[in-house]
Design a protein around this ligand. Structure first.
Ligand SMILES: [Zn+2]
Length: 81
């Protein structure tokens, strides 16, 4: 699974302050189909959504950085921080 390290460390959610400097989704340990989808999403630039270990809120990770994801549906796209 692709890994990423970030120059901007802080979680994108206001007031969180958790430093996310590296991420490894480890989808290969979950399911092969999910892994293939994750690699395709990463390589396409769409990215993957995970939860911040600090605040538990959803974050979109892609090659451009980290972005808040509101609600439980699909993200509307990267948002201003
Ligand atoms: Zn956070």
């Amino acid at each position: 699974m692709p890994h990423a390290s970030f120059l901007e460390l802080l979680c994108p959610w206001p007031g969180c302050g958790f430093q996310i400097w590296f991420i490894d989704f480890r989808l290969e340990f979950v399911d092969r189909a999910l892994y293939d989808q994750g690699v395709a999403a990463w390589e396409s630039g769409a990215g993957l959504i995970g939860r911040c270990p600090g605040c538990g809120r959803r974050v979109l990770f892609n090659l451009n950085g980290k972005f808040r994801v509101d609600g439980d549906g699909d993200p509307a796209g990267p948002q201003e921080r």
